[in-house]
Design a protein around this ligand. Structure first.
Ligand SMILES: Nc1ncnc2c1ncn2[C@@H]1O[C@H](COP(=O)(O)OP(=O)(O)O)[C@@H](O)[C@H]1O
Ligand SMILES: O=P(O)(O)O[C@H]1O[C@H](CO)[C@@H](O[C@H]2O[C@H](CO)[C@@H](O)[C@H](O)[C@H]2O)[C@H](O)[C@H]1O
Length: 453
């Protein structure tokens, strides 16, 4: 390895300044600009170190905490800081190929004058990560583990996935995809836990994890998951927009998607027995309780609050609907892939802004059904002229497919569906206000519809 290319990041002798001294300022600037950074609406006041592991000379694995100023009350309850996973490389000179990965030139501390970059863009680091997973073991607090029954070939060429993501994924030789979680919460990530459990149920709708990375510092947490890559897959969102643009019918695909969703729900119920009916009343109160903070964040919701509350009151008075169970938790067209003639479901992380414990709890499967119904509405409203009748046909076909697969037709209990759709639309309004304000009219159109009984 050329001496000019990599540098050791170990403090040379005890008492030398810690490498974090060189990184803090750079990260305060760089983190908020990343697509996967969750706290874009609040200034970062500091970045503190939670754990640092040298993966190889010149490459650090970091868990850092981005601290935020106290959020304004209008934004509701938000954490004052979040933990993020970073893989940082340090070189004397950065090659042009790594230009997009540039974090900055360290100005002070032991790395002063060196170029710091996001090492996940570096094929060498990506290759080393796969090598670590091929030969399980530990490096400091990092545990590299794999399913011993699956042989992982050597030498698969890495490429960073170029997708609008909440995390960062690397595809290896079009055979495997490694998703490295960016925002880390303590505990097992449902995106590992659920697909592993579904694989034990022989559910073929979800790619089974073959290897994973976890840490024990500062607490146990899942850091990444390697799964088979579906090479010719297209996601449901892309396919739906394509169908809309070309005037093609999408009801057959929507029906199949309903069936696939029901199949995954049945496998989830087997994998995580819960056997309980959630009471509607307390849940309706929880949903209604989300309205106030949402309206403080997006005042345009204010005029619709009485109608939205009424939707939750009706739901609260209904007989208990579906038994609760583990669900997907953030089901939409971007979370389903069509490969060959079948649908696959990915990304079981749940709604990213909710605490992990909440995302892992049993909930009504109607939440997922409502998520997908909202997604057809989104697709139909992305381009002018809006096509609500297209969405209606897809929504009906999805429900029919779900009924065929599960024996329960979501349309049979409109009060239940309206409450879950309303709860989801309120989440989407806040999500869009924070992340994509241009998209706000899409869920606001649903709010107007759902506020009228
Ligand atoms: N097993 C897979 N096979 C093919 N493509 C995949 C697979 N898993 C994920 N992808 C692609 O990666 C994208 C991001 O994956 P996802 O799990 O949704 O990440 P994130 O949680 O970061 O948004 C998906 O939209 C899809 O295009
Ligand atoms: O895929 P993620 O887990 O990051 O989910 C978040 O981002 C989604 C947008 O990328 C967001 O989904 C909303 O927009 C979609 C179109 O881009 C639409 O299909 C969904 O129905 C709509 O909810 C999702 O809410 C958010 O959690």
């Amino acid at each position: 390895m050329a001496k000019t290319e990599t540098v050791s990041l170990r403090p040379r002798n005890p008492g030398t300044v810690h490498p974090m001294a060189s990184l803090r300022g750079l990260l305060c600037e760089w983190l908020p600009r990343q697509r996967w950074f969750a706290g874009k609406d609040r200034p970062v006041t500091d970045v503190s170190l939670l754990s640092m592991t040298e993966l190889y000379p010149g490459c650090l694995h970091l868990l850092v905490r981005a601290e935020h100023a106290t959020p304004p009350p209008s934004l509701g309850a938000l954490p004052s800081g979040d933990c993020y996973q970073l893989l940082l490389g340090v070189r004397e000179r950065l090659s042009p190929a790594l230009r997009d990965a540039f974090v900055g030139i360290a100005e002070e501390g032991p790395l002063a004058g060196l170029a710091v970059y996001d090492a996940l863009h570096d094929p060498r680091s990506a290759t080393l990560l796969l090598e670590r997973l091929r030969r399980p073991g530990t490096t400091g607090p990092l545990h590299f583990e794999k399913d011993p029954a699956v042989p992982l070939p050597a030498g698969l060429a890495p490429r960073l996935l170029d997708a609008e993501q909440s995390n960062t994924s690397i595809v290896y030789g079009d055979a495997y995809i490694l998703k490295l979680f960016r925002r880390i919460q303590p505990g097992v990530n449902p995106d590992l836990e659920v697909p592993l459990a579904l694989a034990r149920q022989r559910c073929a709708r979800v790619p089974a994890p073959v290897a994973w990375i976890r840490t024990t510092q500062p607490q146990d947490a899942t850091l990444g998951v390697l799964q088979p890559f579906l090479p010719d897959a297209a996601d449901g969102w892309t396919l739906a927009l394509r169908a809309l643009a070309s005037g093609c019918d999408f009801t057959a695909q929507a029906y199949e998607l309903g069936r696939a969703t029901a199949e995954v729900h049945l496998a989830l119920a087997m994998a995580f027995p819960a056997d309980a009916h959630g009471e509607n009343g307390p849940l309706a109160q929880v949903m209604a309780g989300r309205l106030g903070p949402a309206a403080r964040c997006v005042p345009a919701l204010e005029p619709y609050l009485p109608g939205l509350r009424a939707a939750f009151e009706t739901f609260g008075a209904c007989r208990a609907g579906r038994p609760v169970q583990r669900i997907h938790g953030d089901l939409h067209l971007g979370q389903v892939l069509r490969a060959g003639s079948g649908w696959f479901v990915i990304d079981f992380e749940g709604e990213p802004s909710r605490p992990l414990a909440e995302r892992r709890s049993a909930e009504s499967p109607v939440r997922d059904v409502a998520g997908m119904l909202r997604s057809f509405d989104y697709a139909a409203r992305t381009r002018w002229p809006w096509r609500p009748e297209w969405a209606e046909r897809c929504r009906a076909a999805f429900c029919a497919g779900y009924a065929a697969g599960s024996g329960w037709d979501p349309r049979a209990e409109p009060g239940l569906l309206r409450a879950y759709e309303t709860d989801r639309a309120v989440y989407e309004v806040v999500y869009e206000a924070r992340h994509r304000p241009d998209w706000l009219p899409v869920p606001m159109a649903a709010i107007r519809r759902l506020a009228v009984p």
